[in-house]
Ligand binder design. Sequence first.
Ligand SMILES: Cc1ncc(COP(=O)(O)O)c(C=O)c1O
Length: 371
Amino acid sequence: MKMDVFEMERAMSTWENLVDYDISESGVKPITLRNLVEMGFDLDTWMDKPLKYSQANGTIELRQLLTGQYPGATIDHIEVTNGTSEANYILAITLLDKGDECALAVPNYMQLEGIAHAAGAKVNKFRLQHENNWQVDWDEFEKAVNPQTKLVYITRPSNPTGSILSESALERIVQRCEEMNAWLISDEVYIGAELTGDRTKTCWGRSDKVIVTSGLSKAYGIPGIRIGWIVADKQIIADAWSQHDYITIGPNILSDALARVAVTTENREKLYQRTRQAITNNLEIYRQWIKEFNGFLEFNEPQAGAFCFIKYNADIPSHQITEKIIKEQSTLIAPGSHFGMEGFFRMWLGGNPDYIKKGLTRVGNVLKSIM
Ligand SMILES: Cc1ncc(COP(=O)(O)O)c(C=O)c1O
């Protein structure tokens, strides 16, 4: 199966360890193994346990803990994966066949587009509108989700816009998926990373057509242990497990054990609180920085997520500007084109404030030269 290059991930993996400042990231500064030990992970016991294969679909204990976040779900509604990206990948290859159609909200974390192309499916897009506070363009949506549509993918909260689809918008999307008999994947890896307001409610349980993916990489701040999950109808979970057997068999035994500590209600809330504090503090830095550009830069302030999606007013492709910033200032930010929307940059909200400020100064040097 031939894959398109996943441009955003490839650009990040190429440059993130070479530049002086990487402010293209999308999570908060990760926690450490010591932090997890302080939260209850028994490292000493693990020193003598055999590093065998773990339960391939996730240990019963971990799946049981996860059911607490998804009312009505049982352990048979959950498959534990190596990150949310593996969850999305497995679902796309489980659900899409050649000639099917799938629909994606854009801008978006574009993983699903590449997999759908490789599976021979047609990709229809519907826009989230910057000028309308990132609400859905409903005309485009009605065209994109049609009787041929097998799968619809949204991120809620959204990467890269940082917006959260309203309850009424979500209801309309769910209803259309039911009418068209399409599966709706709600990627919820940013739930818990809200800057203000209430916790985003999971989409799980709104309809039999809803599937949720999530993981520990973003709101929990633990990307390195690579734990994600799928919550879905039992048959979808059974089919996804068959795919998983061929790809990675299952998650790493240590990661599953670490995840069992992170997802308890008490620890999860502590981790979410840590994330919220980091991103809320840094938002003020962006507010001040953007003022320096006298209208050349603008943004709808994010409601969630660890990034700002910033609009620039120049008729220059975003990748040309980000390449100039790498070359002249050794600083990495992500171009809007990597998320399916030109005229924007995605910039990191989750880092150390001092680091972010220094990175922004470098980015500003280039932007001021093209204003
Ligand atoms: C919306 C979304 N889903 C999934 C992923 C991948 O997450 P993971 O590290 O859990 O594989 C990302 C990473 O940026 C993301 O933004």
